[in-house]
Design a protein around this ligand. Structure first.
Ligand SMILES: Cc1ncc(COP(=O)(O)O)c(C=O)c1O
Length: 367
């Protein structure tokens, strides 16, 4: 039996769709990217999606659009991937780490309140493993303090919060379509902007500050444009978008399967000594990118499962420990505990029923 921890889903149609792009020789950003964006809206309800070359680019653009500059502070959780914090440093701003909720891994709105200063400009909420943060509370705090909200939804495509798709709620939402995400374009991402002006600006900033689709070549052959602010080379290309369109056909099936597997795990692992399940509320739906558990004797657990060819793994240790962020913030009490106990199990559409049963039975035998 061989069980993989992550799974890269590629719809067979992708081979033809990507070939069509190759045949066309129009590999860069063009109509296929536009079509992909249209599908993100049609299939998942993402508002104003702008397709990019990575989730990191999406986060960076979100900070720029939020007006984050040198000396500003941005509040974020340490329970995330390094990219969430690095983009703040790229803007020469200061990452301020708030605590998480021990039972979800998501940023704690109460801790956000304590971290706000006169320099705070934005809050980044990371939907840990795909489970939506307390967005009502976070947006309320932001509204009261004139802050922008950026959702890092790298794990959360297809997640739903109080009947609203993630990607339709806050000022900015950032997705990743990197190789091991539910929806992959090999590498890629998207930013959703609630505000139309931000949306149009995001489209310019992804390509050097030039509106690529609307700047027509003059008689000289060169596009006519006037760049008024620094832009980036962050656009998605047709090649990636073709893969994305093909894979989007399966996204609902993928999400459904992850939900089924998570339901089975939650039912079967609920009363096992040494395991705490995360606490999920019925007003939101996780995208289940990860199935994270809090486990006593984590090393024994991982080792035992590994002996049985089951890959259990920690995904993303706290990022504040990195030198670039200045070292562990010991006062983040829930973060400390979460970091010591968290481990994730495989949860993806490549798993067969026998794999799921085998994982559960192995855990039930103890570690
Ligand atoms: C929480 C989080 N944010 C941001 C990113 C960055 O996304 P990308 O790799 O597409 O740049 C990742 C990537 O795994 C992530 O897990």
């Amino acid at each position: 039996m061989s069980i993989s921890f992550f799974y890269t889903h590629i719809n067979l149609v992708a081979f033809n769709k990507v070939k069509d792009v190759l045949d066309s020789t129009f590999l860069s950003e063009g109509d296929v990217v536009k079509d992909f964006e249209g599908e993100l809206y049609n299939k998942l309800g993402l508002i104003n999606p702008v397709a990019l070359n990575s989730g990191t680019s999406a986060l960076h653009l979100a900070l720029i659009l939020a007006g984050v500059k040198e000396g500003d502070e941005v509040i974020l959780p340490a329970q995330t991937f390094i990219a969430t914090g690095l983009v703040i440093l790229m803007q020469k701003a200061k990452p301020v780490f708030a605590d998480i909720q021990f039972n979800t891994g998501n940023i704690d709105p109460n801790s956000i309140k304590e971290k706000i200063t006169s320099k705070t400009k934005a809050i980044i909420a990371v939907h840990w493993g795909g489970y939506p943060c307390d967005m009502d509370e976070i947006n309320k705090i932001a509204g009261e303090n004139n802050l922008k909200v950026i959702e890092d939804a790298a794990h959360a495509i297809g997640a739903v919060y109080k009947n609203k798709p993630i990607g339709s709620i806050s000022d900015f939402t950032c997705f990743s379509f990197q190789a091991i995400k539910h929806l992959t374009t090999a590498d890629g991402g998207a930013i959703c902007c609630k505000n139309e002006e931000d949306y149009l600006r995001a489209k310019r900033l992804r390509w050097f500050g030039i509106d690529r689709l609307n700047s027509k070549p003059s008689i000289l052959g060169e596009r006519e444009y006037d760049v008024s602010e620094i832009g980036y080379k962050y656009h998605m290309n047709n090649f990636s978008a073709a893969l994305g369109i093909a894979n989007l056909a399966d996204i609902n099936k993928i999400l459904e399967r992850r939900l089924q597997i998570s339901d089975i795990y939650r039912k079967e692992l609920k009363y096992i000594k040494g395991i705490q399940l995360l606490n999920y509320q019925n007003d939101r739906k996780s995208a289940w990118w990860l199935f994270t558990l809090l486990v006593d004797n984590r090393i024994n657990f991982i080792t035992k499962l590994k002996e049985k060819n089951i890959p259990a793994s920690v995904v993303h240790l706290r990022i504040d420990s990195n030198t670039v962020f200045g070292g562990i913030r010991k006062e983040l009490l829930n973060q400390n505990k979460f970091n010591d106990l968290q481990v994730s199990l495989p949860v993806h559409s490549g798993l067969k029923e026998e794999d799921i049963n085998y994982v559960i039975e192995t855990i039930k035998h103890g570690w």
